[in-house]
Structures are given as C-alpha cells and as structure tokens.
Design a protein around this ligand. Structure first.
Ligand code: NAD
Length: 495
C-alpha cells in the first residue's frame, strides 16, 4: 500500500499508493493501477491504485455518512477552522517533501514548488480556516409582525475533480472553502499527478479530520470522474480542467441537477499599448506565458502589441525569454522551465507549433523539442510572430510554453481582438495612461484583468472566468458562495 522512494535531490519518503477512503488507504476493487511517470526522465516513479465506479460508491458513502455524523456535523465553525489550520501547519512542516514529490511527478521546478506552490496551499487553507466562524447569515426585519433570519448551511457531499498542472494548489482551492462551510468531500486527483495529494492524505488524518470527511481517489476521468459526477448521492461538483470536459460534466450533472462550479480553459490576451513601459511589459509577458511550462489556464498566450512599439517590444520580449527561460532538470536551482507533464501534452504542444508553421506564422524563438541528455518532454520556449487572428495558434488553448504575438493599431481594434474568443478567463494590459487602463479593463470580457502585470494570483482575490472559461468563483470571499446554501427561516411574531 506504500513504497519507499528517493528523489534525485536525496529526499526519501514513504509514498502512499491506495485510495484514501474513511481515513484509510485501500486498494481499488479490481486492483487496477495507473503508472506515474517522471516527465523529466520518462521513467516510471510508481503505480497508484485507480478507482472503479464501485470504489467511487464507497468513497461517496463514506462522505455521506461523515456529513451526518456528529463528529463533523456538530463541530462549530471555530472547530472546523482549527482543523484547517492544523492541516496548513502540517503542510508547512512537510514542505520540502511535498515540493520534491511535485517536482518529480509533475516536472515543475523544485524551487517553484517549494517557494510558491506549497506556501500558496498553506495560505489558502489558513484563509478559509479564518472564514469558518465568520460565514454567517443575516436577520431581516420584515415589519413588526414578522422577521426572518438566514443560515449559511453546507451543501452536503462535494465531488471535486482537479487537473495535473497544479496538483496541490487546485486541491487546496477546492478543499479549503468546502471544509470551511462544513461539507464533506470526495476529491478525484488527476491521473497524471496523484502522488503529492496522496502524501497529504496522511496529514489530513493526522490533523484530526474525522473519517470520511475528506476522501481522495486517483482514477481515470472516464471511469472514476464520470462515476463521481453522475452519483446521485453527490450534491455538488467542482471541476477544473479543459472546456470540453467541463461541458460533459455540465450535461452529466444536469440529470440530478447538481450545483456546479467549473474552471475551464482560456486564451487570455495581453495588450501592450504604445505608451507602456516596454521593459515591464516584456517582463510580465514572459511570466504570463512561460511560467509553469506554459501549463496555466490563465496564461496570457495571445500578446497584442500596438504597431508603433511592435518591433521594440518583440526585441525586449525575446531577450527576456532567452535570459530567464532556462530549460533543464527541474531539480536544478537555475531551471525556470521543466518538461511538459506528459508525452500526450508534449505531442499536443508540438502539433500546435507545426500548425502555426503550416499556417504561415514565423517562429521568432524556439519551436522545437529541447530534450535533456536525450530524454524528457521538454519543449523550447516558443514565440510566434506574423500571426493572423484566424490561425489555430491564436484561437485554441495550447497549454504549453508557446505564445502568439499580433499587431494592432487602435484601442478599439485591441479590444475587439482581445474579445474575439469563446474564452474569458484572464487578461492583461500595459499602459501608463490611468484613464485608458480602467476604460479598457471594463471592456474586456474576462473574469480577471491585470493592469501592468500578468497572472498575479492571490488567495484573497476571486478567481474564475466568463464565457466558456467557467462558472462560479474560487478564492476570496466569493469562493465560499459555491459551497453553501442560504436557508431562509421565517418567524411570525404577530397573529
Ligand atoms: P481534462 O479536462 O480531460 O482533465 C481534467 C480532470 O478531469 C482530470 O482529473 C480528469 O481525470 C478529469 N476528467 C476527464 N474526463 C472526465 C469526464 N468525462 N468526467 C469527469 N472527469 C473527467 O484535461 P486533460 O486531458 O488533462 O488536459 C487537456 C487539456 O485541458 C489541456 O491541454 C489544457 O488545454 C486543458 N487543461 C486546462 C486546465 C485548467 O486549469 N483550466 C488544466 C488542465 C488541462
């Protein structure tokens, strides 16, 4: 049920391999497993049990029982907050092991996992721990004879499905608000990257969460994912992943009219106006697309540059990418970019690069694999110029270190290009003109706008999309709404 592992940085740990149901690790009912591959070396790390639909039944039954059990149901918000705080503290204590696992299983640089991802997870859990006893209803005065009060009550069993690009962060974004509000959870991990959260499962038990409150299952989307979404005993589904899967989930969830939150794909624009600080724009344009191997739903993967500064911007942007995007072993300290997460993603990104070339765009930088010692799913950071808005590389989510740059002449044209997409997740704009910044920010069809930066994310600030980028919000106070009902209780004090 567990295996002893040692990473290239010398870190050793005991890796759980089971499904975490009722605070215990168990095998899947037919003992099926999925291999986890190190994307930097293409070698198998270990094989992890993968849930069948009957395992999903067991996990949901555990969560349903726990939801009604006084050991969870009778806890005050303050007590739930204390459990979340304890879990956050344990994660901080185990930061180096968690960052090591994330680096090995996902391919992201160790330094990023240690200094950005784990601290973010700790912050998210502590933030929602703080809200657990501050999320209450109102008293509504309806005249002398009647009044009403509202209660914020949990929804019940939440089925949560996360992707592979941020295995720890995505889990925390979902667990934090759900547990804060008193729900119980069955969280399906991404089959490509289950290892870090299975390690966290032990810490969940150690923190003192009663059995069945948090259940973590690895498994394929088509099997475990669909079983969870269709399960009649699941009250809510929260999903992060591709838009195509999000649409399927919406359809499946409609059968039992489940409450849903979806955080799906994006093709976020970054607009550089001619009055912008071009060094600042180049710096953030690089961060906005090349971070996390380009595997970010909010990646600003379309850069729109005003004609007058186009050449100047391209020169500075290319210099930034060449200087900072060091591709290499994710355990090396100076590595900025590790491998793509899987062979499938690697092939997918390369096929987009090919399509860009075939459609007539120019590869200004990169455009090819970048294997390390002949191995790994590494791709050179790629910048396309001479891009037309009709090209696939401008329209479709690539989810890799690959950006398309186009020119525009007027502010109206920039807004039109920015909004010419079915997506609406992030967006960024660079200008020194305060009035223009706020005017354009209001016009862009997106859930988030960054003025003079890109991909700033903060646990206190709502995150989510419009159009086909999703439904609902995560993080911030807004992240609580998808996890509780507002129940109205009418009181008659008249006749
Ligand atoms: P995906 O949407 O297929 O998978 C995301 C999660 O959903 C995984 O846990 C998966 O097992 C599960 N899943 C898949 N099919 C399901 C189904 N029918 N029912 C229930 N759950 C299901 O994403 P992917 O195949 O891993 O990646 C494909 C593309 O999705 C990427 O290239 C990228 O464009 C996009 N993506 C977006 C995000 C994001 O954060 N928005 C994250 C990962 C991938």
């Amino acid at each position: 049920m567990e295996v002893e592992l040692t990473a290239p940085n010398g870190k050793k740990w005991s890796q759980p391999l089971g499904l975490f149901i009722n605070n215990e690790f168990v095998k899947s009912s037919n003992e099926q497993k999925i291999a986890s591959i190190n994307p930097a070396t293409e070698e198998e790390i270990c094989s992890v049990f993968a849930a069948t639909s009957s395992d999903v039944d067991s996990a949901v039954a555990a969560a349903r029982k726990a939801f009604k059990d006084p050991s969870w149901k009778s806890l005050s918000g303050t007590e739930r907050g204390a459990l979340l705080t304890k879990l956050a503290d344990l994660l901080a204590e185990h930061a180096e092991t968690l960052a090591t696992i994330e680096c090995l299983d996902n391919g992201k640089p160790y330094s990023v996992a240690l200094n950005e991802n784990v601290p973010e997870v700790v912050n998210v859990l502590k933030y929602y721990a703080g809200y657990a006893d501050k999320n209450f209803g109102q008293v509504i005065d309806a005249g002398p004879a009647k009044f009403a009060y509202t209660l914020k009550e949990p929804l019940g069993v939440c089925g949560q499905i996360i992707p592979w690009n941020y295995p720890l962060d995505m889990a925390a974004w979902k667990l934090g608000p759900a547990l804060c509000c008193g729900n119980t959870v069955v969280l399906k991990l991404a089959e490509q990257t289950p290892l870090s959260m299975l390690y966290v499962a032990r810490l969940i038990k150690e923190a003192g969460f009663p059995p069945g409150v948090v259940n973590l299952i690895n498994g394929h989307g088509r099997e475990a994912g669909t079983a969870l979404v269709q399960h009649p005993q699941v009250d809510k589904v929260a999903f992060t992943g591709s838009t195509a899967t999000g649409k399927e989930i919406m359809k499946m969830a409609s059968a039992t009219m489940k409450n849903i939150t979806l955080e799906t794909g994006g093709k976020s624009p970054l607009i550089v106006f001619e009055d912008a600080d071009l060094d600042l724009a180049a710096k953030w344009s690089h961060i906005g697309i090349m971070s996390n191997q380009g595997q970010i739903c909010t990646a600003t993967s379309r850069i729109l540059v005003q004609k007058k500064v186009y050449d100047d911007f391209i020169r500075r942007f290319k210099a930034k990418v060449e200087e900072i995007s060091v591709v290499g072993d994710p355990f090396e300290e100076n590595t900025f970019q590790g491998p793509q997460v899987t062979k499938a993603q690697y092939d997918r990104v390369l096929s987009y690069i090919k399509s860009g070339q075939e459609e007539g765009a120019t590869i200004a930088l990169g455009g090819k694999p970048a294997p390390q010692k002949g191995k790994g799913f590494f791709i050179a950071p790629t910048v396309f110029t001479d891009v037309k808005p009709s090209m696939k590389i401008f329209r479709e989510e690539i989810f890799g270190p690959c950006v398309a740059v186009v020119q525009f002449e007027t502010e109206e044209e920039a807004i039109e290009l920015a909004n010419d997409t079915t997506y609406g997740l992030g967006s960024a704009l660079f200008t020194k003109d305060l009035v223009r910044a706020h005017r354009v920010a209001r016009e862009i069809e997106a859930g988030m706008v960054w003025i003079n930066s890109s991909n700033d994310s903060d646990f206190r600030i709502p995150f989510g999309g419009v159009k086909q980028s999703g439904i609902g919000r995560e993080l911030g106070e807004a992240g609580l709404a998808p996890y509780c009902n507002t129940k109205a209780i009418h009181v008659n004090i008249g006749e």
